[in-house]
Ligand binder design. Structure first.
Ligand code: F6R
Length: 365
């Protein structure tokens, strides 16, 4: 039942404050992560983890790349991320004490299941599934499980499943990191950030009608670039995937530092360039990257921290995002990008919940 919403995708985007809250429920206590959320054996296994290998597909793969930044930045734990269709068919090397992590909304994606199968003969410490479906094969076949509480996702484009996966992965990074680089105070600060998420998610959804207005600039375009740096690079990748799959507009994501190495040649007034620019260490770098785009006549759409100092001008449209703690910014900035692709798709009249050529669960190779 879509209720007041025109499409399941929009309903599911708006369910995110609740999905995030439900996924956090019972997973933290006393300003700390409760490791039982990953299973009763989790603490013993986490004590031994020296590296993480993540395998997933599509949007779930993008969640994995975000996790790589968190695991390496915060926990000092080396992390590899690979799409399941590649991982399953190549000869891979397993480092000692590596945790094998799969991420999947459905828990029935054929390539991800096959990758988990392969992992069993590769000498991993244990397997962990981050999954939204308790009864799935992925959950059944994994040693440890974290169940996201997104609720049923009907729209083919993954929205609330992705942001709840990011919560699971952030809790994992904190749990592993508390054994090394994350002290109790830092953990408290990170957990506080997570607790604030539902409120920030609700606040950012208030931008819906503003984003709808901007979406008309994309309807007649054939190409677009999505830029982000650091942990926001995979968020730009996810924004680009959403535009491709439901709006049928070709989109490429780049870490903005790569612009000069090729894609800048594509930029002209017909190429909308979407950038995610929260506050943080890389802000000044992003600003100078975007100036290069503007100097070539590119039209910029910047999703920026309200305090970042971006201003609207002829070439730049700024969408101000409420200032939030840096640790949750990737989750918060995902929502306006989902809304953008949704409105562009509606403008174009595509089948938003059932995009052409795609299926909700890819159970065959
Ligand atoms: C994109 C999308 C797909 C899925 C991918 C993996 O919006 O929905 O890219 O993320 O097919 O599916 P799961 O997470 O069920 O393994």
């Amino acid at each position: 039942d879509k209720g007041e919403f025109r499409h399941f995708m929009l309903k599911e985007i708006f369910e995110q404050p609740k999905a995030l809250k439900d996924t956090l429920m019972g997973r933290t206590g006393n300003d700390a992560v409760l490791e039982q959320a990953f299973g009763s054996e989790a603490s013993d296994i986490f004590d031994q983890v020296k590296a993480v290998q993540i395998v997933a597909c599509g949007t779930s793969y993008h969640a994995g790349i975000v996790a790589k930044y968190w695991l390496e930045d915060w926990a000092g734990i080396p992390c590899n991320v690979e799409v399941a269709s590649e991982y399953r068919y190549r000869k891979t090397v397993t480092l000692p004490n590596t945790l094998f992590v799969t991420i999947s909304q459905s828990g029935q994606t054929a390539d991800t299941l096959a990758a988990l199968d392969k992992s069993k003969s590769q000498g991993y410490l244990a397997s962990l599934a981050i999954c939204n479906v308790a009864s799935s094969a992925l959950v059944r076949n994994s040693d440890l499980v974290f169940l996201t509480q997104a609720g049923i996702e009907i729209g083919v484009a993954s929205t609330k499943a992705f942001t709840t996966q990011l919560i699971a992965l952030q809790l994992l990074a904190i749990a592993l990191g508390r054994r090394s680089n994350i002290n109790a105070e830092r953990e408290k600060q990170l957990v506080k950030g997570l607790m604030d998420l539902p409120v920030f998610a609700a606040a950012v959804l208030q931008l819906n009608s503003h984003i709808q207005t901007i979406s008309h600039h994309f309807t007649e375009r054939h190409h677009s670039l999505f830029l982000g740096r650091g942990v926001q690079y995979p968020i730009a990748m996810e924004g680009a995937l959403k535009i491709k799959e439901i709006s049928y507009i070709h989109a490429e994501a780049y870490p903005s530092g790569e612009l000069k190495h090729g894609p800048l040649a594509l930029v002209d007034s017909d190429m909308p360039v979407v950038a995610v620019a929260p506050s943080g260490d890389l802000l000044e770098k992003i600003k100078s990257n975007l100036e290069e785009v503007a100097a070539r006549g590119g039209k910029l759409y910047v999703f920026a921290d309200e305090n970042a100092g971006f201003t609207n001008d002829e070439q730049t449209t700024v969408i101000n995002i409420p200032h939030c703690q840096e640790s949750i910014a990737p989750i918060i900035y995902t929502l306006p990008l989902q809304l953008l692709s949704y409105h562009v798709a509606v403008n174009k009249g595509t089948d938003v919940d059932q995009p052409r050529n795609l299926a909700k669960s890819v159970t065959v190779e």
